[in-house]
Write a protein that binds this ligand. Sequence first.
Ligand SMILES: Cc1cc2nc3c(=O)[nH]c(=O)nc-3n(C[C@H](O)[C@H](O)[C@H](O)COP(=O)(O)OP(=O)(O)OC[C@H]3O[C@@H](n4cnc5c(N)ncnc54)[C@H](O)[C@@H]3O)c2cc1C
Length: 316
Amino acid sequence: MERIVDAAIVGAGVAGLSAALFLGRAAQATVVFDGGPTRIESVEEVREHLGFDGLPPQELLSRARAEVQKYGVEIKRQRVTSVTPRADGLFEVYHGHSVTMARTVVLATGLIDKLPPLSGLPKAWGRDLRVCPCFDGYEVRGKRFLVFGVPKRLLHMASWVWMWSRDVTVVSEHAFTDVDLYRLRLLEIEVIADEVTGLVHGGERLEALMTRKGKSIACDAAWIAADMVATSEVAASLCEVDEMGLARVDSAGRTSRPGIFAVGNAADPAAHLAHASAAGTNVGPHVVMYLLEKEIERRMANQENTGSPDISQRVS
Ligand SMILES: Cc1cc2nc3c(=O)[nH]c(=O)nc-3n(C[C@H](O)[C@H](O)[C@H](O)COP(=O)(O)OP(=O)(O)OC[C@H]3O[C@@H](n4cnc5c(N)ncnc54)[C@H](O)[C@@H]3O)c2cc1C
């Protein structure tokens, strides 16, 4: 007989593993599909996560994996390629050359930062090229900041990082509105009308940004306002998604399709580790409630087939 699990969790970052911890401890048969590195693994140390400040992310994740395995959760180091809903309410979860049947699926697939193909960028990613000052602004507070990236997120990024340093310069050829420029001027943020073409390192550290006009602009930290997208089409094939392809969820982590849940960056691009972890914990009881209701429905249907019980006699 084919194996059916109560919950298939797609993604083994903190969101997926937190959901797994809850479901394992709720004695539900749970499998986690671990498709590779998580978003946090580009950094050397975790920040802004109470109790884990300064911890290497690999250590945080290996502790988390060991914790969930204590409660019978199986971790499969495989990527899920697709999930197919069946008429009987189960989901076929395809991975490698296998398929696992699941009563519920929790999408914890994270997101992808869409990075431009700039020279020197891979070396700086997660170190001197930063995405949010909440994570590592403190470490470079007061230093020379350069900000570049997609126009729709650039102004927010420039003014946000300004709270960590008064030395902020934007590099962009975008035609900002007068209002936008006025707001930047109020904060004394300069705009250099040029495009970044590369990142220049002196030894291990970032020293400057190169531009299309051939300038080298010195900096201590660079901030990129990047687009973010879903890691795959799996969510879009199952439920309503937003313009980034991330699942739309309610406050319980439920998507538009019953039995499919989504947590962490797979549903909320602004989630930090603490939020993603909390979302995983939060979804746990809702998955269990769903499983409970399905079981009650199944038993009711069985009884209808075998003749209706007289409930009044049993509750008296
Ligand atoms: C440069 C950088 C620095 C950051 N620093 C911090 C920080 O210091 N503190 C902080 O709180 N936050 C930080 N963050 C944010 C943090 O990385 C995210 O909040 C966190 O990783 C979200 O967790 P998650 O579990 O939702 O997603 P992820 O951690 O990205 O995990 C998703 C997992 O799902 C896997 N996956 C995707 N698709 C599939 C599939 N089809 N099958 C199987 N597996 C799949 C992925 O490989 C990945 O392992 C940082 C982010 C960046 C980019």
